[in-house]
Design a binder for this molecule. Structure first.
Ligand SMILES: [Zn+2]
Ligand SMILES: [Zn+2]
Length: 251
């Protein structure tokens, strides 16, 4: 299976990652990727960038070293309503929008009902493209309901390679938990997306553990966004058309 895109990477701007945008894009090139998304954490992550940062991402070239660069964000879901930590007018201008639950960012839900409500409300936010690491056992979800909502709303769920890494103590059973999500996605024919969640350039495009999981579940390659330029271009066009119809109130 050949992967040509990484939709989830961080740079020094996130406050706890260690490479620059150029280093990430160069690493993407070396891995043979055609697309890489720069997706810093939203401002509620300790040390995360100020909202101005996201507004100014327009200065980043859309292509570097022959790799298409998507200017994005990884938003923090704040509550069961699916509220996120950047205003709609800022999110609207991003090329790709990720959202997920993170510790120390204000989210206080803990039960399956609360977490499922938070995630599903984020899924129904038309500005959000991808729900990241839904595999976190610290935030258990109703997997069937989340996959169904994602399918109905043309939102992607992510297989997050970093979740499975041994040095990620916060997400101990993510591999097994994610396996259940991938199995359900296969059953409901939901398209999934891979993200390295690289916090260092050497990890950009590293999907080693995700690939193991995909092969174990026998998940169909045609339901993975990262494997086809045609599917990616179709998705980007679809999202932009959807956004054209949205009017963002400006106060
Ligand atoms: Zn995250
Ligand atoms: Zn991340």
């Amino acid at each position: 299976m050949k992967f040509i895109a990484d939709f989830h990477t961080h740079t020094v701007a996130s406050g706890h990652a260690f490479s620059t945008i150029q280093e990430n894009v160069r690493a993407a090139k070396e891995r043979g990727l055609k697309y890489v998304a720069i997706t810093e954490h939203g401002p509620t992550v300790p040390g995360g960038p100020h909202p101005y940062y996201f507004g100014n991402m327009r200065v980043i070239p859309t292509e570097m070293y022959g790799v298409k660069v998507l200017r994005g964000v990884e938003l923090n879901i704040q509550d069961t309503l699916g509220t996120v930590d950047l205003p709609a007018e800022t999110i609207y201008n991003m090329d790709i929008v990720l959202a997920g639950l993170h510790p120390a960012t204000g989210y206080e839900g803990s039960t399956i009902v609360e977490n499922t409500e938070a995630i599903i409300n984020a899924i129904y936010n038309p500005l959000i493209d991808i729900i990241v690491h839904p595999d976190n056992e610290n935030y258990p979800i109703d997997i069937v309901a989340v996959v169904k909502a994602a399918k109905e709303n043309d939102t992607f769920l992510e297989i997050n390679n970093s979740s499975f890494a041994n040095n990620r103590p916060g997400r101990k059973n993510s591999y097994e938990y994610c396996k259940k999500i991938v199995e359900e996605a296969k059953r409901q024919e939901l398209m999934l997306v891979l993200g390295s969640d690289a916090h260092f350039s050497a990890d950009v495009g590293n999907f080693e553990l995700s690939l193991k999981l995909i092969e174990e579940v026998k998940f169909p390659p045609e339901l993975i966004l990262n494997t086809s330029e045609e599917r990616i271009e179709e998705f980007l066009e679809r999202r932009n058309k959807k956004l054209e119809k949205i009017v963002i109130p400006r106060y």
